[in-house]
Design a protein around this ligand. Structure first.
Ligand code: C2E
Ligand code: CA
Ligand code: CA
Ligand code: CA
Length: 280
Protein backbone atom coordinates (compact mmCIF):
# COMPACT_ATOMS: atom_id res chain seq x y z
CA UNK A 1 0.00 0.00 0.00
CA UNK A 2 1.44 3.33 -1.12
CA UNK A 3 1.39 6.13 1.45
CA UNK A 4 2.77 9.60 1.66
CA UNK A 5 4.81 11.03 4.51
CA UNK A 6 6.49 8.57 6.84
CA UNK A 7 4.80 5.75 4.91
CA UNK A 8 7.33 6.23 2.10
CA UNK A 9 9.97 4.89 4.40
CA UNK A 10 8.03 1.68 5.04
CA UNK A 11 7.47 1.38 1.31
CA UNK A 12 11.18 1.72 0.70
CA UNK A 13 11.93 -1.06 3.21
CA UNK A 14 9.34 -3.24 1.44
CA UNK A 15 11.17 -2.68 -1.85
CA UNK A 16 14.50 -3.63 -0.31
CA UNK A 17 12.96 -6.77 1.13
CA UNK A 18 11.56 -7.77 -2.24
CA UNK A 19 14.97 -7.16 -3.86
CA UNK A 20 16.78 -9.13 -1.17
CA UNK A 21 14.36 -12.03 -1.51
CA UNK A 22 14.76 -12.09 -5.28
CA UNK A 23 18.56 -12.07 -5.02
CA UNK A 24 18.42 -14.93 -2.52
CA UNK A 25 16.14 -16.94 -4.78
CA UNK A 26 18.25 -16.10 -7.83
CA UNK A 27 21.34 -17.32 -6.00
CA UNK A 28 19.78 -20.62 -4.91
CA UNK A 29 18.16 -21.30 -8.27
CA UNK A 30 21.24 -20.32 -10.29
CA UNK A 31 23.42 -22.73 -8.28
CA UNK A 32 20.84 -25.49 -8.82
CA UNK A 33 20.68 -24.74 -12.55
CA UNK A 34 24.48 -24.93 -12.81
CA UNK A 35 24.39 -28.24 -10.95
CA UNK A 36 21.80 -29.61 -13.41
CA UNK A 37 23.06 -27.98 -16.65
CA UNK A 38 19.66 -26.34 -16.85
CA UNK A 39 20.40 -23.75 -19.58
CA UNK A 40 19.71 -23.42 -23.25
CA UNK A 41 21.82 -21.90 -25.95
CA UNK A 42 20.18 -19.69 -28.58
CA UNK A 43 21.87 -18.59 -31.77
CA UNK A 44 21.61 -15.34 -33.72
CA UNK A 45 22.86 -15.20 -37.32
CA UNK A 46 25.39 -12.67 -38.61
CA UNK A 47 25.02 -11.82 -42.28
CA UNK A 48 27.45 -10.40 -44.84
CA UNK A 49 26.05 -7.12 -46.18
CA UNK A 50 27.64 -7.70 -49.61
CA UNK A 51 27.09 -11.43 -50.26
CA UNK A 52 24.08 -11.83 -47.90
CA UNK A 53 25.59 -15.10 -46.66
CA UNK A 54 25.40 -16.13 -43.03
CA UNK A 55 29.02 -15.74 -41.91
CA UNK A 56 28.54 -16.97 -38.35
CA UNK A 57 26.23 -17.12 -35.36
CA UNK A 58 26.44 -15.70 -31.86
CA UNK A 59 25.62 -18.03 -28.97
CA UNK A 60 23.41 -16.39 -26.32
CA UNK A 61 22.51 -18.20 -23.12
CA UNK A 62 18.88 -18.60 -21.98
CA UNK A 63 17.56 -19.61 -18.58
CA UNK A 64 13.99 -20.52 -17.76
CA UNK A 65 13.35 -21.34 -14.12
CA UNK A 66 10.25 -22.82 -12.43
CA UNK A 67 10.14 -20.19 -9.68
CA UNK A 68 11.59 -17.14 -11.44
CA UNK A 69 10.26 -17.70 -14.94
CA UNK A 70 12.43 -16.50 -17.81
CA UNK A 71 15.43 -14.66 -16.42
CA UNK A 72 17.30 -12.38 -18.83
CA UNK A 73 21.06 -12.89 -19.19
CA UNK A 74 21.28 -9.13 -18.62
CA UNK A 75 20.20 -9.96 -15.02
CA UNK A 76 21.86 -13.29 -14.21
CA UNK A 77 25.18 -12.86 -16.06
CA UNK A 78 26.21 -9.81 -13.97
CA UNK A 79 25.11 -11.71 -10.83
CA UNK A 80 27.12 -14.76 -11.91
CA UNK A 81 30.10 -12.48 -12.48
CA UNK A 82 29.80 -10.98 -8.98
CA UNK A 83 29.67 -14.39 -7.33
CA UNK A 84 32.19 -16.26 -9.47
CA UNK A 85 29.42 -18.57 -10.72
CA UNK A 86 30.26 -17.29 -14.20
CA UNK A 87 33.17 -19.74 -14.37
CA UNK A 88 31.18 -23.02 -14.10
CA UNK A 89 28.35 -21.40 -16.10
CA UNK A 90 30.70 -20.37 -18.87
CA UNK A 91 32.11 -23.90 -19.02
CA UNK A 92 28.58 -25.27 -19.46
CA UNK A 93 27.99 -22.73 -22.26
CA UNK A 94 31.22 -23.70 -24.07
CA UNK A 95 30.23 -27.40 -23.85
CA UNK A 96 26.78 -26.62 -25.29
CA UNK A 97 28.44 -24.66 -28.10
CA UNK A 98 30.64 -27.69 -28.90
CA UNK A 99 27.53 -29.86 -29.15
CA UNK A 100 25.92 -27.27 -31.40
CA UNK A 101 29.01 -27.25 -33.62
CA UNK A 102 28.68 -31.02 -34.16
CA UNK A 103 25.00 -30.64 -35.06
CA UNK A 104 25.83 -27.81 -37.51
CA UNK A 105 28.60 -29.89 -39.06
CA UNK A 106 26.36 -32.94 -39.43
CA UNK A 107 23.92 -30.73 -41.34
CA UNK A 108 26.53 -29.31 -43.69
CA UNK A 109 27.27 -26.07 -41.83
CA UNK A 110 30.78 -26.79 -40.55
CA UNK A 111 31.84 -23.41 -41.99
CA UNK A 112 29.50 -21.40 -39.73
CA UNK A 113 31.59 -20.35 -36.73
CA UNK A 114 29.96 -19.94 -33.31
CA UNK A 115 30.79 -16.79 -31.34
CA UNK A 116 31.05 -17.17 -27.56
CA UNK A 117 30.68 -14.29 -25.12
CA UNK A 118 33.53 -14.54 -22.63
CA UNK A 119 33.19 -12.52 -19.47
CA UNK A 120 36.16 -10.56 -18.16
CA UNK A 121 36.06 -12.48 -14.86
CA UNK A 122 36.42 -15.79 -16.70
CA UNK A 123 39.11 -14.48 -19.04
CA UNK A 124 41.12 -13.31 -16.02
CA UNK A 125 41.38 -16.84 -14.57
CA UNK A 126 45.02 -17.96 -14.80
CA UNK A 127 43.88 -21.31 -16.23
CA UNK A 128 41.34 -19.86 -18.70
CA UNK A 129 43.29 -21.00 -21.78
CA UNK A 130 43.89 -24.50 -20.47
CA UNK A 131 40.22 -24.88 -19.48
CA UNK A 132 38.85 -23.80 -22.84
CA UNK A 133 41.36 -26.02 -24.67
CA UNK A 134 40.39 -28.99 -22.48
CA UNK A 135 36.68 -28.52 -23.15
CA UNK A 136 37.29 -28.33 -26.91
CA UNK A 137 39.53 -31.42 -26.88
CA UNK A 138 37.09 -33.40 -24.77
CA UNK A 139 34.32 -32.51 -27.23
CA UNK A 140 36.39 -33.12 -30.33
CA UNK A 141 36.07 -29.51 -31.50
CA UNK A 142 38.65 -27.06 -32.83
CA UNK A 143 39.26 -23.40 -32.01
CA UNK A 144 38.85 -22.62 -35.73
CA UNK A 145 35.12 -23.19 -35.38
CA UNK A 146 34.72 -20.55 -32.69
CA UNK A 147 34.99 -16.83 -32.13
CA UNK A 148 35.54 -15.18 -28.80
CA UNK A 149 33.72 -11.93 -28.03
CA UNK A 150 35.05 -9.79 -25.21
CA UNK A 151 34.08 -6.30 -24.13
CA UNK A 152 36.33 -3.29 -23.61
CA UNK A 153 36.18 -4.10 -19.90
CA UNK A 154 38.27 -7.23 -20.48
CA UNK A 155 40.94 -5.21 -22.24
CA UNK A 156 40.90 -2.50 -19.58
CA UNK A 157 41.05 -4.82 -16.58
CA UNK A 158 43.74 -7.15 -17.84
CA UNK A 159 46.07 -4.96 -19.89
CA UNK A 160 49.34 -6.56 -18.77
CA UNK A 161 48.75 -10.28 -19.29
CA UNK A 162 45.86 -9.84 -21.70
CA UNK A 163 47.97 -9.12 -24.78
CA UNK A 164 49.82 -12.43 -24.51
CA UNK A 165 46.61 -14.30 -23.65
CA UNK A 166 44.89 -12.91 -26.75
CA UNK A 167 47.91 -13.79 -28.89
CA UNK A 168 47.82 -17.36 -27.61
CA UNK A 169 44.08 -17.62 -28.30
CA UNK A 170 44.77 -16.47 -31.86
CA UNK A 171 47.56 -19.01 -32.27
CA UNK A 172 45.10 -21.70 -31.20
CA UNK A 173 42.84 -20.62 -34.06
CA UNK A 174 40.13 -18.52 -32.39
CA UNK A 175 38.80 -15.43 -34.12
CA UNK A 176 38.77 -12.52 -31.66
CA UNK A 177 36.07 -9.85 -31.53
CA UNK A 178 35.70 -6.69 -29.52
CA UNK A 179 32.03 -6.50 -28.45
CA UNK A 180 29.80 -3.49 -27.64
CA UNK A 181 32.38 -1.17 -29.18
CA UNK A 182 31.92 2.42 -28.11
CA UNK A 183 30.22 1.80 -24.76
CA UNK A 184 33.35 1.33 -22.64
CA UNK A 185 35.77 3.85 -21.23
CA UNK A 186 39.10 2.55 -22.45
CA UNK A 187 41.36 4.44 -24.80
CA UNK A 188 41.56 3.57 -28.48
CA UNK A 189 45.21 2.57 -28.16
CA UNK A 190 44.20 -0.94 -27.14
CA UNK A 191 42.94 -1.54 -30.69
CA UNK A 192 46.54 -1.31 -31.85
CA UNK A 193 47.98 -3.43 -29.05
CA UNK A 194 45.43 -6.25 -29.16
CA UNK A 195 45.08 -8.67 -32.09
CA UNK A 196 41.33 -8.31 -32.71
CA UNK A 197 39.94 -9.57 -36.01
CA UNK A 198 36.44 -8.14 -35.68
CA UNK A 199 34.92 -5.02 -34.17
CA UNK A 200 31.23 -5.09 -33.20
CA UNK A 201 29.60 -1.67 -33.13
CA UNK A 202 27.15 -1.41 -30.25
CA UNK A 203 23.44 -1.23 -30.98
CA UNK A 204 23.19 2.22 -29.35
CA UNK A 205 25.13 3.70 -32.31
CA UNK A 206 23.36 1.67 -34.99
CA UNK A 207 19.87 2.45 -33.64
CA UNK A 208 19.64 6.04 -34.96
CA UNK A 209 21.92 6.01 -37.99
CA UNK A 210 19.02 6.74 -40.34
CA UNK A 211 17.76 9.77 -38.41
CA UNK A 212 20.94 11.22 -36.93
CA UNK A 213 23.74 12.60 -39.12
CA UNK A 214 25.98 12.59 -36.05
CA UNK A 215 25.39 8.90 -35.26
CA UNK A 216 25.97 8.07 -38.91
CA UNK A 217 29.20 10.05 -38.84
CA UNK A 218 30.45 8.19 -35.79
CA UNK A 219 29.58 4.78 -37.26
CA UNK A 220 31.21 5.72 -40.57
CA UNK A 221 34.38 6.81 -38.74
CA UNK A 222 34.49 3.61 -36.64
CA UNK A 223 34.14 1.44 -39.77
CA UNK A 224 36.95 3.20 -41.58
CA UNK A 225 39.21 3.20 -38.54
CA UNK A 226 38.60 -0.55 -38.08
CA UNK A 227 39.41 -1.23 -41.73
CA UNK A 228 42.67 0.72 -41.44
CA UNK A 229 43.53 -1.56 -38.52
CA UNK A 230 42.67 -4.66 -40.61
CA UNK A 231 39.54 -5.50 -38.66
CA UNK A 232 36.17 -6.43 -40.10
CA UNK A 233 33.07 -4.75 -38.72
CA UNK A 234 29.76 -6.12 -37.47
CA UNK A 235 26.87 -3.71 -36.84
CA UNK A 236 24.76 -4.95 -33.91
CA UNK A 237 21.03 -4.44 -33.49
CA UNK A 238 20.11 -3.95 -37.16
CA UNK A 239 16.32 -3.86 -37.26
CA UNK A 240 15.38 -2.45 -40.67
CA UNK A 241 16.18 -2.61 -44.40
CA UNK A 242 17.04 1.10 -44.35
CA UNK A 243 19.67 0.55 -41.68
CA UNK A 244 21.12 -2.43 -43.58
CA UNK A 245 21.31 -0.44 -46.84
CA UNK A 246 22.90 2.56 -45.18
CA UNK A 247 25.45 0.35 -43.41
CA UNK A 248 26.37 -1.32 -46.69
CA UNK A 249 26.84 2.13 -48.30
CA UNK A 250 29.30 3.12 -45.61
CA UNK A 251 31.29 -0.12 -46.08
CA UNK A 252 30.18 -2.08 -43.02
CA UNK A 253 31.03 -5.77 -43.56
CA UNK A 254 28.47 -7.68 -41.52
CA UNK A 255 25.17 -7.11 -39.74
CA UNK A 256 23.33 -8.82 -36.91
CA UNK A 257 19.89 -8.02 -35.56
CA UNK A 258 16.17 -8.69 -35.56
CA UNK A 259 16.00 -7.64 -39.24
CA UNK A 260 17.69 -10.96 -40.10
CA UNK A 261 16.69 -13.10 -37.17
CA UNK A 262 16.20 -13.08 -33.42
CA UNK A 263 18.29 -15.43 -31.28
CA UNK A 264 16.75 -18.91 -31.76
CA UNK A 265 17.17 -22.50 -30.59
CA UNK A 266 19.44 -24.79 -32.63
CA UNK A 267 16.57 -26.58 -34.38
CA UNK A 268 15.18 -23.28 -35.62
CA UNK A 269 18.63 -22.14 -36.65
CA UNK A 270 18.97 -25.17 -38.94
CA UNK A 271 15.64 -24.25 -40.56
CA UNK A 272 16.76 -20.62 -40.84
CA UNK A 273 20.04 -21.59 -42.52
CA UNK A 274 18.29 -23.84 -45.04
CA UNK A 275 15.68 -21.18 -45.80
CA UNK A 276 18.33 -18.47 -46.08
CA UNK A 277 20.33 -20.47 -48.64
CA UNK A 278 17.12 -21.13 -50.54
CA UNK A 279 16.07 -17.46 -50.90
CA UNK A 280 19.52 -16.17 -51.93
P1 C2E B 1 25.50 -8.90 -26.27
O1 C2E B 1 26.67 -9.82 -26.28
O2 C2E B 1 25.71 -7.51 -26.74
O3 C2E B 1 24.37 -9.64 -27.12
C1 C2E B 1 23.48 -9.00 -27.98
C2 C2E B 1 22.14 -8.76 -27.31
O4 C2E B 1 21.35 -7.93 -28.14
C3 C2E B 1 21.34 -10.04 -27.09
O5 C2E B 1 20.58 -9.89 -25.89
C4 C2E B 1 20.41 -10.04 -28.32
O6 C2E B 1 19.22 -10.77 -28.11
C5 C2E B 1 20.12 -8.58 -28.45
N1 C2E B 1 19.78 -8.20 -29.84
C6 C2E B 1 20.25 -8.74 -30.97
N2 C2E B 1 19.74 -8.12 -32.05
C7 C2E B 1 18.91 -7.17 -31.59
C8 C2E B 1 18.06 -6.17 -32.24
O7 C2E B 1 17.98 -6.08 -33.46
N3 C2E B 1 17.36 -5.34 -31.42
C9 C2E B 1 17.43 -5.43 -30.06
N4 C2E B 1 16.69 -4.59 -29.34
N5 C2E B 1 18.21 -6.35 -29.43
C10 C2E B 1 18.94 -7.20 -30.18
P2 C2E B 1 20.53 -11.02 -24.77
O8 C2E B 1 20.56 -12.38 -25.41
O9 C2E B 1 19.43 -10.67 -23.85
O10 C2E B 1 21.92 -10.87 -24.03
C11 C2E B 1 22.23 -9.70 -23.30
C12 C2E B 1 23.67 -9.70 -22.90
O11 C2E B 1 23.92 -10.75 -21.93
C13 C2E B 1 24.65 -9.96 -24.04
O12 C2E B 1 24.87 -8.79 -24.78
C14 C2E B 1 25.86 -10.43 -23.26
O13 C2E B 1 26.57 -9.35 -22.73
C15 C2E B 1 25.22 -11.23 -22.13
N6 C2E B 1 25.21 -12.66 -22.51
C16 C2E B 1 24.28 -13.36 -23.22
N7 C2E B 1 24.65 -14.63 -23.37
C17 C2E B 1 25.86 -14.76 -22.76
C18 C2E B 1 26.77 -15.85 -22.57
O14 C2E B 1 26.57 -16.98 -23.05
N8 C2E B 1 27.91 -15.58 -21.85
C19 C2E B 1 28.18 -14.34 -21.34
N9 C2E B 1 29.34 -14.16 -20.65
N10 C2E B 1 27.36 -13.31 -21.53
C20 C2E B 1 26.21 -13.51 -22.21
CA1 CA C 1 28.20 -10.40 -27.77
CA1 CA D 1 27.22 -6.74 -28.22
CA1 CA E 1 25.30 -5.28 -25.45
Amino acid sequence: SRQTGPGNFAFFIDDLEIDAKRVLLLDTELRKAIENDDFQLYFQPKVSLSTKQVIGVEALVRWKNDKLGFVSPAEFIPYAEETGLIIPLSEIIIEMACNAFHVLRANGYANVPIALNISSIHFQQPNFLETIQKILEKNNASAHNFEIEVTERTVLENSLEAVSKFNRLKQLGFTLSIDDFGTGYSSLSYLIRFPFDVLKIDRSFVQHICSSEEKQGVVDAIIHMAHRLNMQVVAEGVESTQQAELLQEIDCDFAQGFHYGKPMPLGELLQFLAYWEHIQ
